[in-house]
Design a binder for this molecule. Structure first.
Ligand SMILES: Cc1cc2nc3c(=O)[nH]c(=O)nc-3n(C[C@H](O)[C@H](O)[C@H](O)COP(=O)(O)O)c2cc1C
Length: 176
């Protein structure tokens, strides 16, 4: 269940040395959250652990970004992504996230891990513009249909620009 929290317009900013870490099971339920995650998300450990990670989903985030994230990690690959999260007190915070699968000895995926740091401030405007355009593609749709629509649109945009998702993400981090 996704709780409905109204964004207040307040924003939290990670310090250079702060890292937000969570681990999830195969379905995306939080199995571990560090203190920085709890503080930034205004959650207690009891509220976070055992709960689906979409409990901090911000309405500004397009579903297509999470569709891409899940596609990558379920295929055993890593992904870097800019994510805007919504804390339970209504504050928002931006992160630059690295999400990876965790494997057992046989190579089977046993869960997922995410570590986030402060994004380059210069990256946020182009990211916000792109995400807003992706949300436009999702208008009137929900769930996987919404995510698929904005994913297809994103892929097309990147192809037209002669780039791909990873090159785009890293160009933003590099241009700071
Ligand atoms: C390791 C890991 C970390 C995640 N971290 C976040 C996060 O910080 N914020 C978020 O909104 N979704 C995060 N997700 C994605 C959520 O599982 C979910 O796909 C997303 O919130 C969209 O949820 P919805 O499609 O149910 O609305 C994470 C997923 C994984 C596997």
């Amino acid at each position: 269940m996704t709780p409905t929290i109204a964004p207040t317009g307040a924003e939290r900013h990670l310090q250079e040395e702060e890292l937000i870490v969570t681990k999830t099971d195969l379905r995306g339920r939080i199995t571990y959250a560090n203190d920085v995650f709890l503080r930034f998300s205004a959650l207690t450990e009891d509220e976070a652990v055992g709960t689906a990670h979409n409990l901090i989903r911000h309405p500004d985030m397009p579903g297509g970004v999470f569709g891409l994230l899940w596609e990558r990690v379920q295929a055993g690959q890593e992904i870097f992504a800019y994510v805007k999260n919504l804390a339970h007190d209504g504050a928002a915070y931006w992160v630059f996230a690295h999400v990876t699968p965790t494997f057992d000895r046989t190579g089977a995926i046993t869960g997922y891990h995410s570590m986030r740091r402060a994004p380059r401030r210069s990256a946020l405007r182009p990211v916000e513009e792109l995400y807003a355009a992706m949300r436009t593609q999702e208008a009137g749709l929900s769930g996987p249909a919404a995510a698929d629509a904005s994913r297809a649109w994103l892929d097309e945009q990147l192809r037209e620009q002669g780039t791909d998702y990873d090159a785009w993400v890293w160009s933003l981090e590099a241009s700071a």
